[in-house]
Structures are given as C-alpha cells and as structure tokens.
Write a protein of this length. Structure first.
Lengths: 220, 267
C-alpha cells in the first residue's frame, strides 16, 4: 500500500478548474470587502451622527460575532424564505465580502487612528477641507500601515472560500473531496489540496512584500 | 535579502519532504494483516458499535421530539444486535468520516444506507445486500419537460455529494451543470427556488420527504444503476462480517426485518 500521486496528476484539470473558481470568488469578494472596509472604516473614525454610527457598529459586530458558515447558509438558504433569491456565486461573494469587510474595516479604522494628530492639524492650518485632508494627507499614510494586516485578511479569505462548497459551488476543497470519495486516498488528495492553497497564499505574500517595499519608496 | 528568500524556499521544500517521508514510512505498517479477532472483540465487549450519519430519513434521522436516532437502519441494527446477543451502541457521525472511522476501528460496522459502489473505493469488508435502492428524479409539480433521465440533458441537476445518487448523476452525459450539496434538504431548497431544475435522490428518501412538500413531485424512473445497500466492516474482519450475514438472514426469517421495513420504507 504505497503512495500513489498519479491520481493527483490525473485529476489536475479538475483541480485547475476548481482553483480558478476559488480565485474568482476570492478576488471578487476581496474587492467588495475593501470597498466596504474603507467606507465603514473611514466613517467610523470620525464623529458621525449617532444612528449611522450605531448602524455601522452593529454591522461590524454582527458579522464578526457569528460564524461565516452560518452567514453563508443564511444568505443562500435562509433568505429565500423571505423572497430574496440569488444565485450561488452572488451569495458567496456577498457573504465573504460582508464578513471580510467587517474585520477589515477595523484594520482601516486602526490605521487611520495611527496617523499622528499633528498631521490633521497641519493640514487644517494649511486650509485643507476635511475631505481633502482625508484623501491627500491621512489615507496615503494610513494605507501603508494597513497593507500587512490587509494581506493577512486576503489570505484568510482565500482559505475561507472553502466554506462556499456548502452552497453547492464546486471550488477547490469540494473538488478535493470529490476526488477523495472516488479514490479513497486521503493522504495524496489532501496533501495536494493543501499545496494548492499554499502556493496561492504564498504568491500573495510575495506580492504584498513588493507592495510594501514600493510603498515605502513612494512616500520617502 | 536574496539569501534569506532562498533559505525560506529551502525550508519549505524540506517541510514538504518531511511530510512525504513520514507518509511513506507509515504505509508498510498498515499492510501487515493482523489475526482476525473482530467478532471476539465485539463479544468480549458485549456491545456492537454501529456508525451512521443520522441525516438520511427514513433510514436514519434524529427525531424532532425525542431527540433519539431512529429509522430503518436503527431498527435493523437493534434486531441484528438482539440476534447476536450483544448490545447495540449507535454512534452518529459525519457521512464523510464514516469509512475512515470504520477502518480506524471507531465503529465495528456501518449500517447507514451505504451502497456497494459508495464504499467501493475504500479498503473494507461488505456484508450481504440488505436493501436495494433506486435513484429517482424530483422536480417541481408544474414541470412537464422532465419525464425520464434522458430529459435531464441540458438541465441543472442537484445531488448530495459522495452518495450513490451522485454516482448516478455523474454517469449521465449532456447535463448543463451538476450542483453538489452537502445534504439533500439544501438541494430541495434550491429546487423550490428555481435555482436548479431537478434533484436526483434515493427513492425512499424522496418519498418520505415529499410528504410535506406539496410543490414537488417524484418522477419514478430509475436513474443509473440500482444501488445495493450493505453493512460495512473493517478490512479483514471476516468473522464479524460472517456473523452479521448470519444475523441478517435470521432477522429476515423471523419477521423483524419485515417489521422494520413496514414501519419505515413501505410507501
């Protein structure tokens, strides 16, 4: 009973197709999550009207405070009970983006707070409006702080896409399970599966290093 | 900087290789065939540990009120336990974990409506066939376009993953898309919401589930091959398998099997 990695190579087309699905979902979700995160994060670092603050805070706490798996189930299988029906891909992206956005908005908020108070005062004394200050002075500095933790979020989101198999999307993990149930070779299949995820996250890590280095150069 | 990255990659490769070595080193150990004391172990313990996934009524499910696991397989397991003179200890587990669990020795036997084909890839023993199950199609009541398995061409078909239904669907050609669900109820939700055209599922399951779903109907033509449902034991547990077969025959002869059948599977 030796190991037989042929079954991995024979199934490479299947793995590749599923990897594309995983990448598509990750990229789409991360893009929307960034949008949500910056909107919510920037708004919440200001003094804003109580109702809006309460709404945003409860969004963040709700999505951080419950498992992503349950959120996905709720969006895809639960919402049809009240008449909201969407296809699986949309549900996956909405779920991942809202969940990821909640975590990432805190990253954005923290990095804005990390910009020294003096930067604000200097900008105001030069006659910048509030919006101009945020866009030209604060965000460029905050983004540099935010890049490493945001990359963290990206790699965890990439791995969390394995959960969308529960809403009948055949992504990488589901494909691995399919091949496993056909071949009953857990060692080879799950090892290959792990490697696929590792290669993807590690390439993103390398990319993030580049961005960080460039970022430093730009601002000096 | 350059050196650092090089050494990191080297370490990564070493870690992967270490995994491989550990994996290779382990395999000869498992191939050594131990003496078969499978039945004696059960007898000494006075208890037969039965593994199942209690999410497949009418074969096994958790009763809403009593919270007990019930169903055809449960009654069959108890009847067989009585015949063998041992207590029956039912263990609920995830479907995907069952075959690994029985090989590892967590359960003596799986009685969980598993077909020969579902278990075929794994290295295990099978008992005699205790039930024959057809896969059928479920569609919405107002659907007139699907009447046979042929009509599924160009349609989106839902199925529970890692089941004989999935194998039946995978044997069809020309489907637009196969949507694979962890559990059947999710496939039915998608069917009700028009996100898929049809669900392929075991007949007995469909029949019990559709009693309270008025907008769905069964197309009673078999899809793929008939599944032969068996009990599953660890590879090499020949004595236990023989004992289970004996008990199954006895249970069929003394009417216990028919009693369970009438209670759960008669339509």
């Amino acid at each position: 009973m030796g190991l037989n990695f042929d079954l991995v190579f024979n199934n490479l087309p299947l793995f590749w197709e599923a990897t594309q699905t995983t990448i598509k979902i990750t990229v789409a979700s991360f893009a929307f999550a960034l949008l949500v995160a910056f909107t919510v994060g920037v708004l919440r670092s200001f003094r804003i009207p109580k109702p809006i603050e309460l709404f945003l805070a409860s969004y963040v706490e709700l999505f951080r405070g419950s498992p992503l798996l349950i959120q996905l189930f709720f969006i895809y299988y639960g919402l049809p009970s009240v008449g909201i029906v969407m296809d699986a891909f949309t549900a996956a992206v909405i779920g991942l983006a809202l969940n990821g956005g909640a975590y990432m908005s805190e990253v954005v908020r923290a990095s804005i707070l990390s910009v020294p108070r003096g930067q604000w005062e200097a900008a105001f004394s030069l006659g910048y409006s509030k919006l101009e200050t945020v866009c030209y002075i604060i965000l460029p500095q905050a983004v540099r702080v935010a890049v490493p933790p945001l990359m963290n979020s990206f790699s965890s989101m990439l791995k969390e896409t394995s959960l969308v198999s529960v809403i009948s999307i055949t992504e990488l993990t589901r494909t691995g399970n399919l091949i496993y149930s056909r071949t009953a070779r857990p060692f080879e299949v799950y090892m290959a599966l792990g490697l696929f995820y590792f290669v993807m996250t590690f390439s993103v890590v390398l990319l993030a290093k580049q961005i960080e280095r460039r970022g430093t150069r730009w601002t000096i | 900087m350059k050196l650092k990255r090089g050494s990191f990659i080297l370490v990564s490769i070493l870690v992967v290789m270490a995994f491989l070595v550990v994996g290779c080193g382990k395999s000869p150990e498992t191939s050594g065939q131990a003496e078969d004391n499978s039945w004696k172990a059960v007898q000494d313990r006075g208890e037969l540990i039965v593994g199942l996934c209690a999410q497949y009524p009418p074969f096994e499910s958790i009763n809403e009120e009593t919270k007990e696991i019930e169903g055809f397989d449960v009654d069959l397991a108890n009847a067989i336990g009585k015949e063998l003179g041992v207590k029956v200890n039912i263990q609920d587990a995830e479907w995907e974990a069952l075959l690994g669990g029985v090989s590892k020795g967590d359960y003596d036997v799986l009685i969980t409506c598993m077909s020969k084909k579902e278990a075929a890839g794994a290295n295990i023993n099978m008992s005699d066939v205790y039930y024959e199950l057809n896969e059928i199609i479920v569609v919405k009541k107002d659907n007139d376009s699907i009447k046979t398995a042929e009509d599924l061409k160009g349609k989106v078909v839902g199925v529970q993953t890692a089941t004989s239904s999935e194998q039946a669907v995978d044997s069809l050609t020309g489907l637009k898309e196969v949507r694979r669900y962890n559990r059947n109820p999710e496939a039915f939700i998608d069917l009700e919401n028009d996100r898929i055209d049809a669900v392929v599922v075991g007949y007995a399951y469909a029949a019990t589930q559709l009693k309270n779903k008025s907008e769905l109907k069964i197309i009673n033509t078999p899809v793929g091959e008939t599944s032969e449902i068996v009990m599953i034991t660890k590879k090499g547990a020949d004595e236990l398998t023989a004992k289970l077969n004996e008990a199954l025959a006895a249970v069929k002869a003394n009417g216990e099997y028919d009693k369970a059948y009438d209670k759960w599977l008669k339509l």
